[in-house]
Design a protein around this ligand. Sequence first.
Ligand code: PBG
Length: 320
Amino acid sequence: MSSFPDIRLRRMRRTGALRALVRETRLDLDDFVLPLFVGIETRRNEELPPLGRFSVDDLAGEVEEVVRLGVSAVLLFGVPDEKDDEGSGAYDTDGIVQQALRELRPRFPELVLMTDVCLCEYTAHGHCGRVEDGEVQNDATLDVLGRTAVSHAEAGADIVAPSDMMDGRVAALREALDEAGFEGTPIVSYAAKYASAFYGPFREAADSTPAFGDRRGYQMDPANVREALRECEQDVAEGADVLMIKPAMLNLDVIRAVREDFDLPVAAYNVSGEYAMLKAAAAKGWLDERQAAVESLTAIKRAGADFIVSYWAKELAGWL
Ligand code: PBG
């Protein structure tokens, strides 16, 4: 009785209702975070809509719409007009993200407001840390990151998410937040963030392409998985509340490995290039976008992600 023809795995696949009974992984809108870009002026992106940017005023309108559709969490990125070497716009109390947070917080008390804590959108050189002698400095960057996180919490952020990949940043953020009285603000650490070619559309949207060199001196080598576990170990020791893997679709094995080794919630960032390649193929008529997106997002959850940052979150609200 242990093999064909007694066993027929197709029996439970015969109808949609039978398949639904035994489905192991489901997408739930509550597990999605929508990235949103806020800038001085609204700039629509016809081909990749979530990669456009909104002025603070227009952002509130967009958020109202996505909340109505059922999206429960957003991740804010700031695109300032002025940049300097230090990235001071990142921690300015009147910075673009801080303004957006103050606008959104009272209007959407239930919405999870997560912020990206990084300097690359704010520095003139486009790197994620302070630069001295052509090198991205680690320790000298930590203080600025801590100040940035505190300024976000003060303006109303529920969660801060550092994406710079400096060593020791989670501890630095935790200390700065606690000192400022935000011991209740969680840190979602981009623990394993790879130096990826798939951030292209994001950098275009956020205007954060490095002016020289690349990010391989701080982001991880895509060839490594054991190193990702060491990154996670460090971040757990420093007080991270959630571990994030990025990019998601390319690193399902890393998501699975982190899921198995750690009890913390695991997040995955379905990045702009992963989104754009399916969009482009769908625009050509080569793929069905909805099916391809749902299949990809299901794979990310099946690999072990508890929640997913995805540019599809708004469309998904209509699909689910
Ligand atoms: C900022 C940051 C990047 C992304 C998220 N935060 C770009 C980068 O590291 O160059 C990429 C997200 C995406 O591609 O969707 N450091």
